[in-house]
Design a protein around this ligand. Sequence first.
Ligand code: URA
Length: 206
Amino acid sequence: MGIEVFWYKKNKKTINFLHSDTIDELSLQVENCTKCSLHNGRTQTVFGDGLLQSNILIIGEAPGRDEDKQGKPFVGRAGKLLTEILKSINIQRSDVYITNTVKCRPPDNRNPSKEEVDACSNYLESQIEIIKPHLIILLGKVAADRLLNLDLPMSELRQKTYYYKANKIPVVVFYHPAYLLRSPSEKSKVWDDLNYMKNVFTKNVG
Ligand code: URA
């Protein structure tokens, strides 16, 4: 029973001091970043939050107003729903690592452009390199479009396995929790996404 509950902790990696120094350094670079115009409107950068040793990395779209204020990803209503979704399969938020495609809030919460995501991509790539997750979850179509270079509807993006670059880390796409807040009738499909993700994880991690 215990094994089933904690399936996502299997083969967890250890992060050494070097890695935690590297992540601090990276976070400092992000804090000072002016690579795209999003830096003009930010209160602060939103680097990422969670367990560096996590097997699961969750990537959302972009910080919103609450995140910009608090400096942490997914702390608003969508974040609360994300926490509930994870809890529903016994995953604690503190056991995963969460970040976004861009680290600054776009004005009026518009979608980040391809250019903005590209300008920020080195930071995300370094985060993935340091965390070395066994599985990546992309939240929503914008994160999937920008990171997978696909322009497909969510109905075609979900329930499929993609692979992150040469690292061959499996990537799955979930509905964005903000979309689920706007379309509560879709919430039941989250179960299918969670089950699919668990199967992908088990197949790849054992
Ligand atoms: N939506 C996102 O995509 N990211 C956040 O951090 C918050 C809301």
